[in-house]
Structures are given as C-alpha cells and as structure tokens.
Ligand binder design. Sequence first.
Ligand SMILES: Cc1ncc(C[n+]2csc(CCOP(=O)(O)OP(=O)(O)O)c2C)c(N)n1
Ligand SMILES: [Mg+2]
Length: 822
Amino acid sequence: MPKIQNIDPKIVRKPLFIEFGKIPVNQYNKSIEEEKDNFTDKDLIRIYHDMVVIREFESMLNLIKTTNEYHGIAYNHPGPAHLSIGQEASAVGMAYTLDVNDFILGSHRSHGEILAKGLSAIHKLEEDMLFSIMKNYFNGTALQVVEKGFHGDIHELAVHFLLYGALAEIFARENGFNKGLGGSMHAFFTPFGIYPNNAIVGGSGDISVGAALYKKINRKPGIVVCNIGDASMGCGPVWEGICFSTMDQYKTLWEGEYKGGLPLIFNFMNNLYGMGGQTMGETMGFGILARVGAGVNPEMMHAERIDGYNPLAVIDAFFRKKQILSEKKGPVLLDTLTYRISGHSPSDASSYRSKEEIEAWQQEDSIITYGNSLIQAGITDSGQLEEIRHEATELITHILSLSIDDEVSPRIDLIKDPDRLGRMMFSNGSTDRMEDGVPEVLMPLDENPRVRSLKTKERFFKDKEGKPVSKARLFQLRDGIFEAVIDRFYKDPSLAAWGEENRDWGGAFAVYRGLTESLPYHRLFNSPISEGAIVGTAIGYGMCGGRTIAEIMYCDFLGRSGDEVFNQLPKWQAMSGNIIKMPVVIRVSVGSKYGAQHSQDWSSLVAHIPGLKVIFPATPYDSKGLMNSALQGTDPVIFFESQRIYDVGEMFHPGGVPEGYYEIPIGEPDIKRSGEDITILTIGATLYQVITVAEILQQDYGLNAEVIDARTLVPFNYEPVIQSVKKTGRIVLTSDASSRGSFLKEMAQTITELAFDDLDAPPVVVGSRNWIIPAYEMEKFFFPQPDWILDAIHEHILPLKGHKTRNDFTGSRAIKLNQEGV
Ligand SMILES: Cc1ncc(C[n+]2csc(CCOP(=O)(O)OP(=O)(O)O)c2C)c(N)n1
Ligand SMILES: [Mg+2]
C-alpha cells in the first residue's frame, strides 16, 4: 500500500451498509420516430444492410458446413464455424458508434463483429485512406483479387475487400486477413480497429484490458470493446481482467492526464448459452448478467442490460457509455441480450433447448422486426429491403467463389518454403523504442538513488587485491537486471511495467528498488494478485504496439497464468500473419526456501511451447546483457531469475559488469570454464554447483571440465556444445528442474543425435528429483548437489579413481523409480 494513503482504523471500522444503486435492464423504449433526430434515413437503412450482410455471410457458412453447397457453389470447409445467426443486431449496434481507432477484441463467435466493425470503419474512412489501407495490406494481394473486374466506388470495393479478407481467412487462404493462420476463430484486421478474436473462452477478458492500458498510457485516441460471451463470466481471465481494469489507483494514484478510469467496455454478447449450458438458470448464478457489475466497484461498472435484438437500443447504449469513458469514468459492463438461432457450431443438434424456444426467438428475429419498423415509420418499403437482401446474396456468392478458387486464393506454400511457419513465430526485431517521444520520468537517470549507489559498487566479485567483496559493496545479479530495466525506461516512452509489489516494495526481491523514484504510476504499478491478467494485460499492451515487462513473483504462480503464457503470448505474432509484434518480457522469479509451491523451476514447461524465447541467466553480466537484448527485441520472452543467486557478484566476465549498455545475443551458450576432459552443460543457478564439481574433478581426479552455461533455452545454438563434446567425448547436463521431461532431456537427446560419433558415453542428465519439493532444510535432497553430479559421472560416463558414490544412479534404480512414477 502506498504510504501516501493512510488507512485509518477509525474510518474503516465504522459500521455502515453498502447501498447498491439500480442497474437498468432493457430500459430503451424509443420508437423510430423518436430517433429521427439521431439518424438519417440512410443511416437507418445502412444498419439494416449491415445486419443482412452478416446474416447472409453466416448463412452461407452454415450451408457450406452442413450441405457443402451455397447457391450452386460446392465447397468443403473442414474447419470451425461458430456462427452468430440471430446476433446481428448486437454486432451492428456495437460497431455503429465506434470510430476506426476504437478497438474491438472478441471470441470464437466473432464473424459478425468483424464484419460489423469493418463495415462501420469503411463507412467512416475517406476514399484515399481506405484505398491506401487495402493497397498496403500484404502488398495489396487481397485487393488485387477483389479489384479484378470490379465496377463501383472505393467504398463498395472496400466492402468486397472486407468480406474476402474475412472469408479467405476462415478458409485458411494466404490472402486472408492473417495469411490464413488465424482462421475462423481468430481472424482480425487491425487497420479497421479489429484486434484478435480468441478461441479460448474469455481469452480476450484480460488482453482487452491491456489494450485499454495501451491507449491510456500512450495517450492514444479511442476506446476498447471486449466482446465476450455470457458463459465467459465464469472464466478466470475475465474476472481477473475486470479486477485489473477497475483498480482504484487509476483514480487515486495516477496523476495528471493519466488520472481516471480505463477506456474499456466489457460487452458481454449474452446469448444465454455457453454451448449447451444455460448461464441463466443453470451454470451461473447471476440471473441477469449485468448484476455482476454491482459488486465490482462503487460505480457498479455503469452496468446495464440492453436489448441486443434491437440495433437502436445497442447504439443508444454505446453512445451513452462512450460518453462515460470520455469522462474517464470507465470501465463499463454491458450485458447485451441476444440469441443464437444457429447452433453452437453447425454440428450442434440443439438437444439442450426446445424447438418452441428457438421458434419464439425466430418470431422476434431482429432483422425482420427492425425491417418492419423501418417500413412502418415510412423510411423504406419492402421492395428496397428485398433488394438489399438480394444484393447481399449476390455479393456473398461472388466472394465465396473468389475465396475457394485455389488459383486466386492459394494457401501458404509449405512445399516451396517448408520452414515458413516456423519463421513466422518470431519477429526478431531490434528497436530502442516502440514509440517516438520523450519518456516520462521523474528525475534524470544519474540522480536516481539506486543508480547513484550502484556507482559505488564493486562490479567484480573480488577486489583489486583479490579479496572477495562483501555483499554490501557488491554489484549483484539483481543490479544487472535493474540497470537494463531502468536504462530502457529512459529510452522507450512506451515501456510500462507491472506485477505484484512492483512499486513501493521495490519488486518482491528488490530488483526494482529505486525504480519508483524515477517513474510515474502509469509506467510502473502494482497489480492485483492476478497472474493471469498480469500476463494477459501485457499481451494486450504489446499487441497494440507498446513494450512491457510483467512480473510473476514465483515461477510456481505461472500455473495461474497458464493460458496467457501457453496459449496467448506465443501465438499472436504467427496467428496474425506477422501483423502483430509482441515486445513483452515476462520476468519469472524461481523460488527458494519456501517449499513445494514456491521453489519450482518450470523453465522446461515454457520451453516446450513454440513461440516463446526463454532465457535463464546465472550471472550479473549475463543478466544485464540478456535483459538488454530482451528489451531491445520485439518478441515475447520469458526471463527466469533464480532467487538463490540474486545476490551473487560477477565471477566470470573479466573486468566485471560494464557500466554502459551492451547486449548478449539471445540463444548463445557461454563457456564459463574451459576444459578438455568432460563437458558440463548447466541451466540457471546450478552453474555454481557445477563450478564446485569442476574444482573437485580437477583437484581430486586430475580432470579438466569444460563448463557451459546455456543462458538461453530457446533459441539455442548447439554448435559450441557440439564443439566441446568433440573435444571431451563426454557430457553431463544439469539444472534445478525436475529431471523427468525436463529441457535437459531434450538437450541430451539433441546432443546424442548431433554428436553420437563423438561421444564415449551417453549424455547424462542430473536434474532435481521427481518429487514434491520439501522444506528448505531438506532441499539438498531434492536439488542437484555436487556429489550427485560426481556420482553420475562415475556411474555412467567415466569411473573416477577411488570415488565412492553416495547416491544411487544405477540403471536398475532408474527403472524402479520410473515403475513407481517417481
Ligand atoms: C477455456 C475454454 N473452455 C472451453 C471451450 C469450449 N467452448 C467453446 S465455446 C464455449 C461456450 C462459450 O460460451 P459463451 O462464452 O457464452 O460464448 P458463445 O459460444 O455463447 O458465443 C465452450 C465451452 C473453449 N474454447 N475454451
Ligand atoms: Mg453465450
């Protein structure tokens, strides 16, 4: 808690009652007549048109999925299609008031939202701008397809472009908005303000908050709309996102123009079902979803249920809620009531709902009802509406024929370029700053108290006389990370960092101590205890163009951010077709001393996931250089730091840790000690155990070990390791991760394949035991110790003369332990 806010027991212990205000439910009741001042006839007809286009698009997909045919065109689409037939009014209403630079994010069921927002953006953009967007998107390849033989104006052309880009994406074609790598559930198009849609239910719940933070912190115009389903209210990321987005500090601690709530609308597209589960009456307890807002903050999130079957009710709500956001009183929760007439997916037999129910909603079909109200108000006639429907059918037929034509709409050619998808995972950029401008800081860098104190520290572990430097005078590993981080804060105005205890506490392990003095709240802040949202918001911030560092206090808490780390962070660069960059560094502190749930090294889990760079330095020099590289890059990085060694000084780099800026290439292992008899490859803090082993091998057995510090798990250059093995013929690998399924095993296997002929013995892995980690007092029985490594060498690689083993590394024991699942 910041010291500037005193918590007075006299106040907080006072008795009182919390009073809730009223949450409006379906209160919109204007007739078309009454809306005539707000809309031209053309606007009202355009709303109808957009709903019809979406209905036809989705109906076409439904027919393709269920009958493999639409108006005589045959096609088999094996992939997903979560259709939103019935939900058109809510999508068009949502998009109507939005500007091009208002962002939407969505769910697996977002075709309608993509088209609605796209049509709204097309309507709002000038011809020149529209044309230049289309021309520049992937060098105009999609534009060329729709342009051919087209007669009409640029706005009409853009509608073709939108439908084609979306459909080609759904059909996994290279001309799709995301090169066919996003597909139906993830398609998006950022130039129209359409940001990623998410196949993980609730996945956008925290990512959207990061997008809103990006807008707020970087003073970008526009708002963010998070379109998610009603059932996602049961998802952790949504709840965490809500908590993150309603923190008091935006109003109490953020200053100047940054003060005030986030420009964000959680728009629950409430179709009353999550697959077959009824959220009202079965799987949730809120009854009316908007009720949830009441408990979140005193503003009750300005929650409201609106009739998503009436586009004008939705437009009215968005108009009013945008006003609230512009007064910095957000975020807002909308419960947009709608109904999915189509099944959850085309294979859904709707066994969970009655025919009567579907028919009742069909009778109130928003397109028919709205169309009739336009006719009754004398705005149009049935002939014109019929014409709109007819044109939509022709248009969708035309777009379908283009999208399935393998000549004009091929897929990415993986025969010609088999490694292309692999290359698309990383952008491998190098840039000082993600935004131009002057970074906002509170003092010059060299006046920062920690920076000043570091100037007095010894940057090598021994002083000039060769005596070990005391901890108090030593430049430590945590200082190396700090120097890289603070340097970037003074270089990149977009950089913001958050996590638990990031501010006044100085980071849980004092890595950030001193940052608070230099940075305003909006660049460094404490988050709720929401590990999912800590990472999810960083992803949203990064995908919009900002650089961020998020912190997970203990590696063990990565489980709480599992979806964000495994499913979101690694994927959006590739799934966007390389439209998006992800300059996000997640600092993960690997614990010590606190037992089973605070001491695990899960670097192997993360390294298993394609699309993440994984760094685990063990020295101050490497920590600073690798953090500099991570922060200079444009890729997602998981940066592990071991609590066991935060206070070590630099023992390896001659001259110690340089004061100035330098980078260490990500992916290059480092030879920490040269030798010719045996190679020891280490990841993370076991480096120091290995150094002890190397000294024992030298002194007691006359063997000279080569010690290689991996430094990075992904990417990884095997060359220096292979060169070493060529020389030594032997290798042992070690780290603090439990050995079963660990990254060490992956490395051992790769080394076996690459250097089999050079090996005199199999690579041997010495990881931690496959146990639940015991208390600190018993840790030495769990984590690799020098005598384990010596025993393993003796048993499997090279008998050490006179060595007496203390641990059982025999094959028979390995078999027994595996039989027992240990
Ligand atoms: C985390 C996760 N759990 C389960 C699923 C499978 N699933 C896909 S959609 C869906 C229902 C989602 O309901 P809701 O959020 O209301 O959206 P709707 O489908 O109604 O649009 C489920 C359970 C998933 N994709 N992600
Ligand atoms: Mg639903």
